[in-house]
Design a protein. Structure first.
Length: 503
């Protein structure tokens, strides 16, 4: 019997990854990403970041071709397609579905003043109670920048969309989006359970610019004859799942229910938790979006349908560890560096590092404190203390943000993560478990595999997430060390006091 596969795309800013998952076994049989070196980002001015959507499509084709050859698969073997994508980007197309300008991607900061002005003019209560966030630097504010600075482009816009919506459009010829996607762009009103007309009106956007809404899980559209011929797929193959990269990472780790947490620790670090009632942080230090399994309900109520993703982002995460590697332990690989760090005691014998050297941090109310090293004694400290203090500082910043999430009602007991990046460090894992008191579970998965399994749920191939992720491989479980609980707490308290003094 011929195998059937689920196809998942992960449209990142560094690369596009594609994976094939065997429907019956749940095992990933082939994966590939392009380009092999980091994709270019156009930065014509400081703080700008753009990419050509066509580049995403071209890289998706290359990755798809490679995995189809590797698996010996044909278009007839693909049962459904899922898409994960970099969040908060803006893609503008005309009525012929032609891209009007490069996409303004997630890390572009030009729209910050437009979001801040809307927050000030509309008021914190209006924005937070309806959008659950400040308009900030999200997609709506980026569109406001285009309207003011490129009126000739704005006048030609037929629809605006997110990067994942663009890939779905290229696959199907249809323009649509999801409630989860609209919420990450600040286009969704959680109180009224509809597109945020008040924000559209404020910015002067016609509601016709919004794409049609389709379910996150379900038959959203299907591969067109044109795309089938270009990609070697079968016309009519359903696109049945779409999610931003952080909600999708949570899905990949089988995080669907209130209190469940997904974490990543790459260049930046993210803690993403699921909340079971509509809520927000009054200081907007974390962002709240519709999770992949959210359904609209009356604001302020708890329901099995309410699933919000609360996102904490720490910009200075793996980038600090990499800086330490380049400048302090350049004669070691990362495994040796982790061993060195473990030679210092919990709390790094008084050395503290604030890991905020990669721009303003939202959890600090958009302050830009910079990275700083404190408590070094030239007579007793060495580089093991510095390296440990760096990893501890990253963990402490995670825990600081998780306290905000707990204030919103989130009960954090288990943290799910992929075994990658900072989570490869035993010291990092032990410290996070020790300070937070949560159990850490490490899994073998990634975003494109998650998108493929999401497609299986959306197409009805799997009845639910439990069936889809029954084969998710748990690699390790790290329990909090009760013997060192007080030492971890004392080190964290020392770090928090330092942060308070600096703030």
């Amino acid at each position: 019997m011929e195998s059937r596969y689920l196809l998942g795309f992960d449209i990142g800013s560094s690369s596009v990854k594609a994976s094939l998952v065997n429907v019956e076994t749940g095992v990933c049989v082939a994966s590939a990403f392009y380009p092999e070196h980091e994709a270019p980002i156009i930065a014509e001015k400081a703080g700008w970041a753009e990419q050509e959507p066509q580049m995403w499509w071209d890289n998706a084709k290359l990755a798809l071709n490679k995995i189809m050859v590797e698996a010996g698969a044909t278009g007839d073997d693909i049962a459904a397609i899922g898409i994960s994508y970099q969040m908060h980007g803006l893609v503008c197309v005309d009525q012929h579905q032609q891209v009007l300008r490069p996409s303004i991607i997630w890390c572009d900061s030009r729209a910050v003043p437009y979001g801040e002005r809307a927050f000030r003019d509309l008021g914190a209560e209006q924005c937070l109670s309806h959008l659950l966030n400040s308009p900030g630097n999200f997609t709506a504010a980026k569109l406001a920048w285009v309207k003011e600075n490129e009126p000739e482009v704005f006048s030609k816009i037929y629809k605006v969309m997110l990067p994942g919506d663009y890939i779905a459009m290229r696959l199907s010829g249809e323009v649509n989006t999801t409630v989860s996607g609209l919420s990450e762009g600040m286009f969704w009103d959680f109180k009224e359970n509809r597109v945020a007309d008040f924000l559209l009106n404020y910015y002067g956007f016609d509601s016709s610019l919004m794409a049609d809404i389709v379910p996150t899980f379900g038959i959203q559209c299907a591969v067109s004859a044109e795309a089938a011929a270009e990609l070697g797929l079968k016309a009519g193959t359903p696109i049945s799942y779409r999610g931003g990269d952080q909600p999708n990472n949570a899905l990949s780790l089988n995080v669907f229910n209130p209190g469940e947490i997904a974490a990543t620790a790459g260049t930046s670090g993210v803690v993403y938790g699921v909340l079971g009632e509509v809520g927000y942080d009054p200081k907007s230090r974390v962002n709240t979006f519709a999770h992949v399994n959210h359904h609209s309900v009356v604001a302020g109520s708890a329901s099995d349908a309410t699933r919000l993703g609360v996102l904490l982002c720490i910009n200075g995460t793996g980038i600090l560890n990499a800086w330490m590697h380049r400048n302090v332990t350049f004669d070691m690989d990362y495994a040796e560096m982790n061993t060195l760090a473990a030679q210092a005691p919990i709390g790094s014998d008084g050395v503290c590092i604030l890991p905020f050297g990669n721009g303003a941090e939202r959890v600090l109310e958009n302050k830009e404190l910079g990275c700083s090293i404190h408590g070094v004694n030239f007579n007793k400290h060495n580089r093991s203390h510095l390296v440990r203090a760096a990893q501890e500082g990253i963990v402490f910043s995670f825990c600081y943000g998780m306290e905000v999430m707990q204030q919103m009602g989130m009960d954090i007991r288990t943290i799910h993560a992929g075994r990658a990046n900072m989570f490869l460090s035993p010291l990092f894992r032990d410290t996070l478990a020790g300070v937070s008191g949560a159990t850490i579970e490490l899994y073998d998965t990634d975003g494109s595999v998650g998108a493929a399994k999401g497609a299986g749920i959306g197409a009805g191939i799997y009845k639910d997430n439990k069936e889809a992720f029954a084969t998710l491989k748990k690699l390790a479980v790290i329990e909090p060390d009760a013997n060192n609980r007080e030492a971890y707490r004392a080190a964290y308290a020392n770090w928090k006091q330092l942060l308070a003094n600096k703030s």
